[in-house]
Ligand binder design. Structure first.
Ligand SMILES: [Zn+2]
Length: 75
């Protein structure tokens, strides 16, 4: 089963939860304060990408009409 990372909107704590894919979008109660006000975090890939945009990922800015920013020099 995949492990999902959640952040609690009530206490701000992060926690991991191992659950089946079909339950991935269900509410996960906080392990710290048991609040149901939690949301799933972005994938580990994005969380660990230290803020840099990834070329060729489909991200675009106002200066480029295509999908890639590698040519527009905006970044
Ligand atoms: Zn909490």
């Amino acid at each position: 089963m995949p492990i999902y990372e959640y952040v609690c909107d009530s206490c701000g704590q992060q926690f991991e939860l191992m659950r089946s894919i079909k339950d991935a979008n269900n509410t996960a109660p906080c392990k710290h304060c048991h609040s149901s006000e939690t949301h799933k975090m972005l994938s580990v890939f994005f969380a660990h990408s230290d803020g840099r945009s990834v070329e060729g990922s489909g991200h675009s800015c106002a200066n480029c009409s295509g999908g890639a920013c590698s040519g527009c020099g905006h970044h």
